[in-house]
Design a protein around this ligand. Structure first.
Ligand SMILES: [Zn+2]
Ligand SMILES: [Zn+2]
Length: 124
């Protein structure tokens, strides 16, 4: 394969963004792959940033599985509501269905969200 810009020279690599074959004098090594121009180098670094963030978001490469922050809210509200509801029921002898239903609802939705997140390995 010959260089896209210099038809006499052999290509040594391909631009990561536009897939042009490049000779050594046309190539810039971005650290994430080869690029043919400054704009392709910028695009390659953007692409790398997206990949890096996606990996973090999807928990790729990390062994530790923590509870996502959004779901912590559901569990917090669920425990607060149902805890207070149980306290009202047991200590005060007053059935507070509103608190109990809210608490169980939050816990159920939190659990469902957690299960869904685990299925697609999402960590947010
Ligand atoms: Zn390019
Ligand atoms: Zn060239």
């Amino acid at each position: 394969m010959k260089c896209f810009n210099h038809h006499a020279d052999d290509a040594v690599g391909i631009c990561k963004i536009c897939n042009k074959a490049l000779c050594p004098s046309c190539t810039t090594d971005t650290g994430y792959g080869l690029a043919c121009s400054a704009s392709c180098a910028a695009e390659a670094s953007n692409l790398d940033e997206i990949m890096r963030k996606n990996k973090l978001l999807l928990g790729i490469g990390s062994k530790r599985k923590s509870i996502p922050t959004g779901l912590l809210m559901f569990f917090f509200f669920g425990i607060m509501f149902s805890g207070f509801g149980l306290y009202m029921t047991l200590a005060q002898g007053r059935q507070d269905y509103f608190l109990l239903v809210m608490g169980l609802g939050f816990l159920a939705i939190g659990g469902l969200g957690w299960w869904r997140n685990r299925k697609i390995n999402l960590s947010c």
